[in-house]
Each structure stands twice: as structure tokens, then as C-alpha cells.
Ligand binder design. Structure first.
Ligand SMILES: Cc1ncc(COP(=O)(O)O)c(C=O)c1O
Length: 368
């Protein structure tokens, strides 16, 4: 298995084109691009401990884009969200946090938010479902929660989104209950086309929202929390306490500014391509979650052995020098292989029907 993973990685390095994710860009190329961007964007000063320079510029741009009074930059989303939830919990004198059981904090953070911040997590949903206002209201002693969080989209559920009606009803319920509403918007930029509403309208439904700069926006790393000025001041204090107020954060912030300039305007096209591709996959008998996809990312399932499909993907990459998909792994059902597809700009140069033919071939022909 390790061998297959290593061969998969080597084969991707030999490719010069990709259907999934962004095109590979090495450190020298990335840093040269940032150097040019510093001049183009007129960034002449370093930030110092997150003040001024590219960080100040980024915080103002993000606050304006999301229609919030302020935004605070963090070098990671994990830290950003610990700080955001902590601010609300301290204010509310309750460390109870309600969120989906598939939330990033419960799946990918080695239990850090509980161990470091003392949060007591309560689950709003189980598995592939979106939270509703009724589910929130049904939580025991719901009015005493420190904060409630939704992940938009819920990545582990195939980047699943609630409908606009469900989301607005949820937001209203949180307001009526007096519970602060935080959004994990790691892929909020990629969710906006689904709602087809301006970002401030979307962000206006919650009290604080975290966004990421290195997924759709292709930055080096980094995140921001958009919120009111008073919450922002508390976030800065928590960022410092967590060791997150680095002496200089300019490279990360600059890469985020480049992402807002160059990548954000293309996200709608990536989502549309993903949806066209999804339709072609379904025609060839592959199964999707969600179907149709809500964003530029979704899960694909096929009746096949995952290692066999991954082997075929490796051979495909060696022959064609194109990355058609990531690795495949076993779904929670016998004989079913799955992968996560995430579409960014490079896919747009390909025909969705042709790529769907590749997937049918790689998974062993038309699936029935
Ligand atoms: C939904 C979600 N939340 C939070 C994070 C954490 O972000 P970071 O990697 O910047 O710490 C991620 C990262 O993948 C994510 O997907």
C-alpha cells in the first residue's frame, strides 16, 4: 500500500497537466510570483506582528468582500477557529459548542480544540446531512450553548450545503435563541455560486466566519475570521496567546491577495465545470455525493477495488502525463472505491465528457 502511495506521488510529479486541484507550482516559481505581486499591488512595507503591509491590506479586503466591519488574519484555519470559538465561549461563559459530527475540528485536529481550549462538543448532525433549525432547537439546554457552528460546505459529506431557506432558518433560530453563530467557510468562496447571492448576504447570516486562502484561492496557507470590530480585538488577543502573531506574515498574506485577485473571479467557472463533469460521470454509471454537486468538489463512487483503480491511475499518469484524479480508497461498503474530486482552473482546459470517459475506463468500464 505504501508502495502504491509512493508510486502515485512519483507519477503525479512526472505530470505537466491536471484535472483535479491546481497546477503544481514550485517554491521558486511561487516566490517569484509573489515578488512581482508585491510590486504590482504596491506592497512596500512588511507587516510587523500582523500590523500593516500586506496583512492590513488583506484584512481590509476580506472585511469588505464579506460585508463585515473587520477581519483578522491567521496563518492557519485551525488556529483561526479555535480563537473564534473561544471568543464566543468566553463571552457566553459556556464552553459548549454545537457542530456537525463531520466538522473539521472533530475529524482532523487531533482533538486539539478540546484539549487546548476545553470545548465541550455536541453534535448537531450525523453523517451526510445538513443541520436544520429544528435540529438546533432540539438540543438540550440549547440557550446555554457557547456557540453553534456550521461548515459551509460540509467537506466530509462531499461538500454538502444546506439550501438557502434552510440556512436562513438556521441563522434566524440561532438569533432567536441568543446563540452566536460561527461559520467554517473554508470553502465559502466555492459555495457562493450555489446560493447565487452576494457574499455579504451570505456572511450576514452569521456572527463570525472563517475563510481560507489556500484552497480555491491557491495561496500558500492562511485564513481570516470576519466579524465585528470588538470580536476582532478579542481574536487578536487569542491569536497572540496561541503564538499565532508572527513577527512577519507578509508572504502568506501576499499570496492570499494574489488569490483574491487572480483565482476568486474564476471560481464560478470551476463550479460550473464540476457540475457538467458530474453529469457526464452519472451518465457513465458512476455515483456521486452530492448529486448534483453543490460546489467545485464532490465524492465519486464506483464498483471497483480501490487499489486496482489507483494502479490504473498511476499507469494513466505515466503514459499521458495528466493527473486525472487523486488516489482512490475503499468506501464504507464492500467492493466500492471512492475518490474526492476538486476542480480548479486547470480542468477548464479539458472537455468534461472526455474526462468522464477516462474515469469510466479507470474504474473498469461503465458502472451498472
Ligand atoms: C473545513 C475546514 N476547516 C478548517 C480547516 C483548517 O484549515 P488550516 O489547514 O488552514 O488549518 C480546513 C483545512 O483543510 C478545512 O477543510
Amino acid at each position: 500500500m505504501e508502495d502504491l502511495e509512493a508510486r502515485f506521488k512519483d507519477a503525479t510529479l512526472g505530470c505537466d497537466d491536471t484535472v483535479v486541484w491546481h497546477a503544481r507550482r514550485g517554491p521558486a516559481e511561487t516566490l517569484a510570483l509573489l515578488s512581482e505581486a508585491a510590486t504590482e499591488l504596491g506592497i512596500e512595507e512588511w507587516d510587523r506582528y500582523g500590523d500593516g503591509g500586506a496583512v492590513g491590506r488583506l484584512e481590509s479586503e476580506v472585511a469588505e468582500l464579506l460585508g463585515k466591519p473587520a477581519a483578522v488574519f491567521f496563518v492557519s484555519g485551525v488556529m483561526a477557529q479555535q480563537a473564534a470559538l473561544r471568543v464566543w465561549c468566553e463571552r457566553r461563559r459556556s464552553h459548549r459548542v454545537a457542530l456537525p459530527d463531520l466538522a473539521h475540528q472533530l475529524r482532523h485536529e487531533t482533538d486539539g480544540p478540546r484539549l487546548l481550549q476545553g470545548f465541550r462538543f455536541e453534535t448537531l448532525t450525523e453523517g451526510w446531512e445538513t443541520a436544520t433549525a429544528d435540529r438546533l432547537r432540539a438540543l438540550p439546554a440549547v440557550g446555554d450553548l457557547g456557540v453553534v457552528q456550521l461548515e459551509l460546505p460540509l467537506r466530509e459529506a462531499g461538500c454538502l450545503l444546506p439550501t438557502w431557506e434552510e440556512l436562513t432558518a438556521f441563522s434566524q433560530a440561532a438569533r432567536e435563541l441568543g446563540v452566536p453563530f460561527h461559520v467554517d467557510g473554508a470553502r465559502l468562496w466555492e459555495s457562493q455560486p450555489f446560493y447565487d447571492r452576494p457574499l455579504p448576504e451570505l456572511a450576514g447570516l452569521c456572527d463570525s466566519v472563517y475563510v481560507s486562502f489556500y484552497k480555491g484561492l491557491r495561496g500558500m496557507a492562511g485564513a481570516a475570521v470576519a466579524c465585528t470590530e470588538d470580536v476582532a480585538a478579542e481574536l487578536r488577543a487569542w491569536r497572540q496567546r496561541m503564538g499565532g502573531t508572527l513577527f512577519g506574515m507578509t508572504p502568506y498574506a501576499l499570496s492570499a491577495l494574489v488569490g483574491l485577485r487572480d483565482e476568486l473571479p474564476t471560481i464560478g467557472d470551476s463550479v460550473a465545470w464540476a457540475q457538467a463533469f458530474a453529469g457526464e460521470l452519472v451518465e457513465r454509471g458512476l455515483r456521486l455525493q452530492p448529486d448534483p454537486p453543490h460546489t467545485n468538489s464532490f465524492l465519486v463512487f464506483a464498483d471497483a477495488d480501490p487499489d486496482t483503480v489507483t494502479e490504473r491511475v498511476v499507469s494513466f499518469m505515466e503514459e499521458r502525463r495528466i493527473v486525472p484524479s487523486g488516489g482512490w480508497w475503499g468506501a464504507r461498503a464492500p467492493g466500492v472505491a471512492m475518490t474526492e474530486v476538486t476542480i480548479h482552473r486547470p480542468a477548464l482546459a479539458h472537455d468534461p465528457a472526455t474526462v468522464a470517459d477516462w474515469y469510466a475506463e479507470l474504474t473498469g468500464g461503465v458502472q451498472r
